[in-house]
Design a binder for this molecule. Structure first.
Ligand code: PBG
Length: 321
């Protein structure tokens, strides 16, 4: 076996899995204001950006040849109906218009996350009804708001809408609403396989979206269930999802592999905030080599079967590739 490992050229010739910047998507967190560039404490190198700063960041992403951006928003105000998510002048809608007005960003696919958790006063991904001490995340009452959010983001310029809420039936509702609004060319990237994960912790700081009470276990999947993930993906494809996103990535590589073997739609994996933070914690201590550990983690996700990867390492990785 060692004959083919002898030189870099030989190793390159027989390499089975490749990383390229065009298959990396970089998440951005848009916030109100001007000149704002606020680092997320638990995610070194990741910022809340006002739109002017986000445009600069996007320009450097385009120059690095990244495939696209995944946009999240921190609204100025939150309420029980998440009105900031579907406001015509919502934070992500404004960002999309600014990006679309800048032709140097044309090579980037602009993906808008569709969820209510950054916009609700309670931090849940859907409408909440309370009865004494108990509460319910209302599935069907949430669907029209998600659909409205997706249409509003598509109309503001999103190339793809990506529902991450995990309500049942949302893909069908969003597809119908997009079609009715003449957005029939807007694809849906469904976070079909999304586990209730501790690894989203740092994101909730970045997006200010931690639930104020309870947890997401009644809508996100139990981390123990692979077959259930296949059913989620099956359903979302049947409802009209054009592509599927799976998350987290590293702790769920087996799920990515199983989906790759079973489904022929484009498959993305999200290397989530906690995966980034834990590696950075080790980098800061000098315990792991940053470049090698980063590229090895991304290669493993591609090897498992992901076509593209949403990752906070997108820029750092592109610089090395
Ligand atoms: C919104 C959403 C979350 C993430 C992506 N979209 C947070 C959550 O479900 O609590 C997590 C991404 C990350 O951790 O990087 N629902």
């Amino acid at each position: 076996m060692r004959r083919l490992r002898r030189t870099p050229a030989l190793r390159s010739l027989v390499r089975e899995t490749h990383l390229h910047p065009g298959a990396l998507v970089y998440p951005l967190f848009l916030c109100p204001g001007e000149g704002v560039r606020k680092e997320v404490a638990s995610m070194p190198g990741v910022f809340n950006l006002s739109i002017d700063e986000a445009v600069k960041e996007a320009e450097s992403c385009a120059a690095l040849g990244l495939g696209g951006l995944l946009l999240f928003g921190l609204p100025a105000q939150k309420d029980d109906l998440a009105t900031g998510a579907y406001a015509a002048d919502g934070i992500v809608q404004q960002g999309l218009r600014a990006f679309k007005a800048n032709r140097s960003l044309d090579p980037l696919v602009l993906i808008a996350d569709v969820c209510l958790c950054e916009y609700t006063s309670h931090g849940h991904c859907g409408i909440v009804s309370k009865d004494g001490d108990s509460y319910t995340i209302e599935n069907d009452a949430t669907l029209p708001l998600l659909a409205r959010t997706a249409v509003s983001l598509a109309q503001a310029g999103a190339d793809i809408v990506a529902p991450s809420d995990m309500m049942d039936g949302r893909v069908e509702a969003i597809r119908a609403a997009l079609d009715a609004a003449s957005c029939e060319n807007t694809p849906i990237l469904s976070y079909a396989s999304k586990f209730a994960s501790a690894f989203y912790g740092p994101f909730r700081e970045a997006a200010d979206s931690a639930p104020h009470f309870g947890d997401r276990l009644s809508y996100q999947m139990d981390g123990a269930n692979l077959r259930e993930a296949m059913r989620e993906i099956d359903l979302d494809i049947a409802e009209g999802a054009d592509m599927v996103l799976m998350k987290p990535a590293l702790p769920y590589l087996d799920v990515i592999r199983a989906a790759r073997e079973r489904f022929d739609v484009p498959l993305g994996a999200y290397q989530v905030s906690g995966e980034y933070s834990m590696l950075h914690a080790a980098f800061q201590r000098g315990w792991l080599d940053p470049d090698r550990a980063m590229l090895e983690s991304l290669t493993s996700i591609r090897r498992a079967g992901a076509d593209f990867i949403v990752t906070y390492f997108a820029k750092d990785a592109a610089k090395l590739l």
